[in-house]
Design a protein around this ligand. Structure first.
Ligand SMILES: [Zn+2]
Length: 435
């Protein structure tokens, strides 16, 4: 009899949803300083350049307060936790060169800083990966003197000099490690590294191993806004035998919450319309591709008006209506998406027939992941993983690790994949089950 076709499906057949939050840092509002420094740089180096909205509007700076209160981070983080929203949240370690996270943010209220760090550690981190967003997110830092240079991380360093790149990223990671946060990956400020993506991915991987011993990190740099481009999870620089690789997490939306400025109001319809048909997300969900929403922290706060948070609340309500029984989507941290796609692409699957009927599947991998889910083109009656029977479930919504579900002529099975060789045995004939 022919061997069954076996493929890796989405985790528990759910399409991943994830929320990327950029430009967040303790205490201060990065956008306030970013606009000030960008205007000062333009006045000095390009005094005749025309107004560009992407440089920020100095006339609107009064709507961008210097700080964002820890109370708001607590409120936002608790609401996301209650709703089951997961993703990635930046922690710019030396935001705008104003104050260092590992020096306790001198110049600002110590209490406010500590409240912020408690919000990061206890409320946000359980549901969101934390990443640096390079060191300052404004000017490039001279690592010898710790002085700001005229170059910008996101402009001149779209094409960074390669020699100091790993040290620069490692320095950003070290500032977070100094406060007990081994970051799961990095976020590119703007297009940082984008014209040197292969080298940038390698530098990030090397820095993650050097600073945190993390052999499977991720970076967030690109956005493919559907339907002009479709999301993917490219894996770079994999060394299969060593279990080393880095994932590129790609967003599928622009920021239609409150934008990076915190004064450009967004609109939930850009994500998903009230009738659940329009907007950017439905066609991505229809294709079952990872659905990574992009946002910026100052836009949620919106100068205290919380416009971005209200947009997020409405988008979440609509996504819940899109998937009322939770069988089609699941919120994941970006690192979880990266780990799953590494397991999906870098595991070796081999099927052989068993003498007494049925088949044996071996999965050989150095890339463990939770809820590894396989689709087999047979209606199976019994499945074992490493000698233990998986529990049959009768509905898709009950699928979880250590279960299998027969869906017509196919079977979906799920288990937590560990590093090494996993052996699964499967039978479609009740007569062979006793063997
Ligand atoms: Zn940013």
């Amino acid at each position: 009899m022919e061997n069954p076709q076996i493929s890796v499906a989405n985790p528990l057949l759910r399409t991943p949803l994830s929320l990327i939050v950029d430009d967040s840092c303790p205490v201060i509002n990065l956008t306030h300083f970013w606009i000030q420094q960008r205007q000062a740089w333009k006045a000095r180096y390009t005094p005749n350049a025309p107004f560009r909205a992407s440089d920020g509007d100095p006339a609107k700076l009064s709507r961008v307060p210097e700080t964002i209160p820890a109370d708001f981070a607590v409120k936002w983080g608790e609401w996301c936790g209650e709703q089951g929203i997961r993703g990635k949240f930046s922690l710019v370690p030396y935001p705008a060169g104003v104050a260092r996270v590992d020096e306790g943010f001198p110049g600002y209220s110590r209490q406010e800083f500590e409240d912020w760090m408690r919000a990061y550690r206890e409320i946000i981190w359980p549901n969101f990966d934390l990443t640096c967003e390079m060191i300052t997110h404004t000017h490039v830092l001279d690592l010898q003197s710790w002085a700001m240079t005229p170059a910008w991380e996101q402009y001149e360093w779209v094409d960074p000099p390669l020699e100091p790149l790993t040290d620069y990223i490692a320095t950003a990671m070290t500032l977070l490690r100094n406060v007990g946060i081994p970051c799961e990956g990095v976020t590119s400020p703007g297009g940082f590294g984008s014209r040197q993506e292969s080298a940038y991915a390698q530098a990030t991987l090397d820095a993650a191993i050097r600073v945190n011993g993390n052999r499977r990190p991720f970076y967030f740099m690109r956005v493919n806004v559907a339907p002009d481009a479709w999301p993917d999870v490219p894996i770079w620089h994999s060394q299969k035998e060593q279990g080393i690789a880095i994932a590129s997490i790609i967003g599928c939306t622009d920021d239609w919450f409150g934008n990076w400025t915190g004064y450009d109001a967004g609109d939930p319809d850009r994500f998903i319309t009230e009738d659940l048909q329009g907007g950017c997300l439905p066609p991505v969900l229809e294709r079952e591709l990872p659905c990574v929403l992009v946002s910026h922290w100052p836009g949620f706060y919106f100068g205290g008006e919380e416009v971005g948070l209200r947009v997020l609340q409405e988008v979440k309500r609509r996504l819940d209506r899109y998937d009322p029984d939770g069988t089609r989507t699941r919120w994941m941290k970006t690192s979880e998406i990266g780990h799953y796609w590494m397991a999906r692409q870098l595991s070796d699957l081999a099927v052989t027939p068993l003498d007494a009927g049925g088949w044996q599947l071996t999965v050989d991998t150095r890339f463990p992941t939770a809820d590894f889910t396989l689709s087999v083109d047979r209606a199976l009656v019994r499945v074992q993983v490493d000698g233990t029977d998986l529990h049959p479930v009768s509905a898709r919504r009950d699928l979880r690790a250590d279960t299998f579900w027969v869906d017509g002529q196919r079977t979906v099975l799920a288990f937590d994949l560990r590093a090494g060789v996993t052996t699964a045995r499967m039978w479609e004939d009740a007569g062979a089950v006793g063997v």
